[in-house]
Design a protein around this ligand. Structure first.
Ligand SMILES: [Zn+2]
Length: 636
């Protein structure tokens, strides 16, 4: 089931790794590299680098590294063949494969094409179809103008049995396979959507993979919303509506707003919060959160999260812990949904996201807001209910901060509340879980007003100015400290810098470097691999494990030093290691004495900028000859 090497090479060459990585992480150009937050580990300062020309990435935080194929494998959890296939699809390259896998892939491509055609067809129908008048009126009444309809590629499925399938001449296999049609009892293909306004659901790159359809007011169809069935190109647990449009702002802000409906998402975009997504007819699942985590570390829920049930709390805390994200809840005014609020009061919708609270904070405010805090009995009951919610949080430090809040609000002694909390955690809540009295319609207005109790863990968003990016760049720091003399930073070793030069500016070091100058065996092997290969990619492919890792890493590290300084420093170090050996030889071979004197003289010349280049050349020649004669250095 293999793909021929030359096809793999073609796919690699045709892939723009910066664009590819850019689908999962925001990259910023720094010198010749692209830098951003690593999509493979959680971090708040960027340590992920991409070298566009060479086609490699490297993370200084988690050491993830590789080329475009490795990237797709790791990020999408695919095997090699699937990853190559995915990239070939993107690049429009046909690869030769044996076996069924090629056919499956071919099928996917056909389904994606059909879905794109159908999306466009439905969209055109909504914009121009005579039968779409009612749909256009309805959308207008919801405040959707032509711009919104075009931006979200909304469509209209006419009220016919097979209008789409006939117009696009879809075969049964394609219509059914892509979820656009089904075979009815009389064995005929029928459209999956009839008389519905359609919302195309796309993958993160913007390819439509499914459709969501809404009935018009007055329809007798009992299902208000209907989504495509799952197909080879669509899994609802792994798809989020509008992520393709929201991606950019999600990355920029480090935050994503999760809604329950397509119109809620559009409402957020219209209200100036273009970072909203929605699940497609399913509850928010761990797969969704894993997908989102590639783009942002803060998830703001814009639905009645409390109403989602008690088990939701446990899930959210678990995701916070294991996926290292923050889950907050938008402070929506009681009884409102984002779609309506976007029309009646867009500023309030925006404020609801800005005032989002950690999930537990949100719950406690709800519980206490619904409690009668004017009597001692009411305060005790309110505290008990709040403690039951606090008890579910897995982190004792977090729990304790909320205990103090509850104590203050209910005017009770924190110490006795702590005892009570421990009892609840041990025995379960004495009273029933927070009851129906904590409904949203009784959430007090102040629950959404204050913004002083931010996330206790102090989320501080992604950095966005150059100074911080630079400071975080270990190599830049090392380079600045170096300035020609060896730095104490372990990163600044002339050997590594010479390799960086050999990779990034080969014309500047050219014939001035020789393997003999590299005392570290891995560095030396890396240099030899570079010399022996026609280009960087070939060198990396051919190199063994540790050497390969080093080369990949260096492709994203730019040289910062003057090439001559580096060569001179390398020569000086190597000669200094070698000279004592010459002195030993001189005891038995007197002619070596003369040689030692000459070399010592040339070593001095390395300090004179006017003549050091020639001196370095002579010394490199001497070292190379010596090595051929009797081996040299520590690793010989
Ligand atoms: Zn990383």
């Amino acid at each position: 089931m293999g793909i021929p090497d030359e096809d793999v090479a073609r796919v690699r060459a045709a892939t723009d790794i910066v664009a590819l990585v850019g689908e999962h992480a925001a990259l910023k150009r720094v010198g010749q590299r692209w830098v951003g937050l690593c999509p493979f580990h959680t971090e708040k300062s960027p340590s992920f680098s991409v070298n566009a020309e060479a086609g490699f990435y490297y993370c200084f935080g988690c050491q993830a590294s590789g080329d475009a194929i490795t990237f797709v494998r790791e990020i999408e959890h695919l095997d090699f063949v699937d990853a190559v296939r995915r990239l070939a699809d993107k690049a429009g390259i046909t690869i030769r494969e044996d076996g069924n896998s090629g056919r499956d892939n071919q099928k996917r491509k056909v389904f994606l094409d059909a879905m794109e055609q159908a999306t466009e067809w439905y969209h055109h129908r909504l914009l121009t179809g005579a039968d779409a008048g009612q749909a256009r009126d309805y959308l207008r009444s919801r405040g959707y103008d032509g711009d919104v309809v075009r931006r979200f590629r909304l469509g209209w499925a006419p009220d016919g049995w097979d209008t789409l399938c006939t117009s696009l001449e879809l075969t049964e296999e394609v219509a059914v396979g892509a979820g656009l049609g089904f075979v009815n009892r009389r064995g005929r293909i029928q459209d999956a959507f009839r008389a519905r306004v359609l919302f195309p659901i796309c993958d993160p790159s913007g390819n439509p993979v499914a459709l969501g359809g809404r009935i018009l007011p007055g329809s007798t169809d009992p299902a208000k919303y209907k989504n495509s069935t799952e197909t080879p190109i669509y899994s609802k647990r792994r798809t989020l509506y509008a992520l393709n449009w929201a991606k950019q702002d999600v990355i920029k802000s480090g935050e994503v707003v999760v809604c329950e409906g397509y119109t809620d998402v559009i409402g957020f975009f219209e209200a100036g919060v273009p970072r909203a997504v929605a699940t497609c007819g399913t509850a928010l699942a761990e797969e969704h959160v894993r997908l989102l985590k590639n783009f942002a570390t803060r998830v703001v829920l814009a639905f009645d999260a409390d109403g989602a049930g008690q088990s939701a709390a446990g899930r959210f805390y678990e995701w916070e812990r294991s996926l290292e994200i923050d889950v907050a809840v938008a402070a929506l005014p009681p009884g409102s949904d984002p779609a309506d609020l976007a029309r009646s009061d867009p500023a309030a919708l925006k404020a609801a996201v800005e005032g989002a609270k950690p999930f537990l904070q949100f719950r406690i405010e709800r519980i206490l807001g619904a409690a009668d805090l004017s009597t001692p009995e009411g305060r005790a009951r309110g505290a008990d209910h709040a403690l039951a919610a606090v008890a579910e949080h897995p982190d004792d430090l977090v729990r304790d901060q909320y205990v103090m809040q509850v104590a203050e609000r209910c005017r009770l002694d924190p110490a006795s509340l702590r005892d009570r909390l421990e009892r609840i955690r041990r025995d379960g809540p004495r009273t029933a879980a927070p009851d129906r009295s904590s409904r949203p319609d009784r959430t007090p207005a102040h629950a959404r007003a204050s913004s002083d109790d931010r996330d206790p863990r102090g989320y501080d968003g992604p950095p966005d100015d150059d100074a911080e990016w630079d400071e975080r760049d270990e190599w830049n720091a090392g380079g600045r400290a170096a300035g020609g003399r060896p730095s104490s930073s372990p990163e600044f070793r002339p050997g590594l810098e010479a390799l960086r030069l050999a990779i990034h500016r080969p014309e500047d070091v050219g014939d001035r470097l020789e393997p003999v100058l590299f005392s570290d065996p891995v560095q030396r092997a890396a240099f030899t691999a570079l010399m022996d290969a026609d280009d960087l990619g070939e060198a990396i492919d051919a190199a063994p494990g540790r050497v390969q890792a080093l080369l990949v890493r260096l492709t994203v590290e730019e040289p910062r030093s003057d090439p001559e300084e580096v060569v001179v420093q390398l020569v000086r170090d190597t000669v200094r290691r070698e000279l004592p050996l010459v002195a030993v030889e001189a005891r038995t071979h007197p002619e070596a004495m003369e040689q030692a004197a000459t070399v010592a003289g040339e070593l001095q010349e390395l300090d004179d900028p006017a003549i050091r280049a020639q001196a370095a050349r002579r010394l490199v020649a001497w070292l190379s000859v010596r090595e051929q004669q009797n081996g040299i250095g520590q690793d010989a």
